[in-house]
Design a protein around this ligand. Structure first.
Ligand code: GAP
Length: 441
């Protein structure tokens, strides 16, 4: 068996696998698609759900110091003036005077100073705000403008008092949220890497200002470890520290976790020290006292915020890129998606070796039993080798086969997708084994 995977055409192969197997489809495809939005199919939706659960568990359920939140996408428009997004959340944009194409002014393809498509002259750079606007209510005028949130973070800041008071948390504590965000990106692309509609998994940790460096380091380490627990190859991960010119308008310090995609090293998640910028600005704009105090402190203070901000779709892409493997078996190229059992869409497939001698009936019972706890799949069609191959491609880590011996002693083979090892186990042991693997042990 030889590994035939190369990076060069990986994105194309991944795109077609995702379509074929039902991970990701181009949005509104029967209308010709719409730029840069994607729909998750049956396997993709399952994977995304598992990924969000994995993040949510790590951030909230396994901790005592972080609360969850699910804030609205549409917020008071003043939020975005206060946060600085109306004035600052811009990309520099240039237009080609001839063919009217638009580019980000910092696009490396513009090195020559001419349009890379038609050689036409380019306009001067101007600021382009990335927020989508819409109208609230029946009148479409300036007074009715609202924005689709470009980050979920602001929903957390404006609820700081609500969450603190209702949960009785004391500093240091965090608020976590998963939800949609929208950016009118000038150059979306690379499949689901940069899109105009996407989901974020953000956590804001509220601390005393004197402890910002300690907590910044703590969260960098936590987030790095989370990607390891997700099964991402750590040789393809690295830190990138933001220089002066790169820092977002709210940040004092920022590090990105980058991944080495087939199109280069790119940001996967940002860890930011947002200081008291956001709460300070909201306090000024609303005259609400967002300062914190308890018996441990002599003076009230505006908490500093350490933010961890991950893209859900981008992490999903990372899982797929990292998991994609091709192996040549007897002249045939076989695809394996080596997705960790903790997030794999289907945890196990159950096969009768042949469609006779009571094997399908036994396998069906096993399927019905395991289905109570796990996402499993029953398949009796075609040669067993083909069935294995279909599951390898879908990222299913285990295949359970009912064979002649099963009918004698109730043991079944459990085949591991990555080691190809087969172990014989009875149903209660299989359930225990899956439980362990799915919970990351
Ligand atoms: N609240 C801070 C914030 O939004 P960001 O670095 O602009 O920070 C955080 O975004 C994460 O959101 C990124 O690391 C990326 O994973 C994801 N993200 C940002 N823009 C995206 C886009 N257009 N498409 C997909 N994911 C995106």
């Amino acid at each position: 068996m030889a590994n035939v995977n190369t990076q060069a055409d990986l994105m194309d192969k991944l795109g077609s696998l995702c379509k074929r197997r039902g991970f990701v489809f181009p949005s509104s495809e029967i209308y010709g698609g719409i730029g840069s939005t994607w729909d998750y199919g049956p396997l993709g939706a399952e994977l995304k759900m598992n990924l969000k659960r994995f993040w949510w568990d790590a951030m909230t359920n396994r901790r005592d110091d972080i609360e969850g939140l699910d804030a609205a996408i549409l917020m008071h428009p003043k939020v975005w003036h206060t946060s600085g997004h109306v004035a600052e959340f811009t990309d520099p944009l240039v237009d080609c005077k001839k063919c009217k194409r638009r580019y980000r002014a910092d696009d490396p393809a513009l090195k020559s100073g001419k349009c890379p498509e038609c050689g036409g002259e380019l306009t001067d750079a101007r600021k382009f705000n990335l927020m989508f606007k819409t109208f609230m209510g029946p009148v479409e005028d300036e007074a009715a403008v609202v924005y689709l949130r470009p980050e979920t973070a602001q929903g957390i800041y404006v609820n700081f008092l609500n969450v603190k008071n209702s949960s009785r948390q004391k500093i240091p504590f965090g608020i976590a949220q998963i939800g949609k965000a929208f950016r009118n990106e000038i150059t979306p692309g690379n499949f689901i890497f940069r899109t105009r509609e996407f989901e974020q998994m953000e956590m804001q940790f509220f601390i005393h200002p004197s402890e910002d460096e300690k907590w910044f380091e703590y969260w960098r380490e936590q987030r790095w470890n989370w990607y390891q627990a997700l099964g991402i190859n750590k040789l393809r991960l690295r830190w990138h520290q933001h220089g002066e010119g790169e820092l977002a308008h709210y940040a004092k310090a920022a590090y990105d976790i980058q991944y080495e995609y087939p199109f280069g090293w790119q940001e996967l998640e940002g860890v930011h020290n947002r200081t008291d910028f956001d709460l300070g600005r909201h306090m000024q704009a609303t005259s609400k006292d967002l300062r914190y105090s308890d018996e441990r402190y002599t003076e009230k203070f505006i908490p500093y915020i350490i933010e961890t901000s991950a893209g859900c779709d981008r992490t999903l892409l990372t899982i797929l890129v990292d998991a994609y493997d091709e192996i040549e078996v007897k002249g045939e190229t076989r695809v394996f998606l080596r997705i960790s059992p903790v997030v794999a869409p289907i945890k196990a497939a159950i096969f009768p070796l042949v469609k006779k001698d009571g094997m399908p009936e036994f396998a069906e019972k096993v399927y019905q039993e395991l289905k109570k706890k796990f996402k499993v799949f029953y398949d009796e069609s075609g040669a067993v080798g083909r069935r294995y191959a279909r599951m390898d491609e879908a990222g299913t880590p285990y295949c359970i086969t009912v064979d002649g011996q099963t009918l004698q002693d109730e043991t079944m083979t459990v085949r591991d997708r990555d080691t190809m090892e087969q172990t014989r186990l009875k149903l209660p042991q299989i359930a225990e084994f899956l439980e362990k693997k799915v919970s990351g042990q």
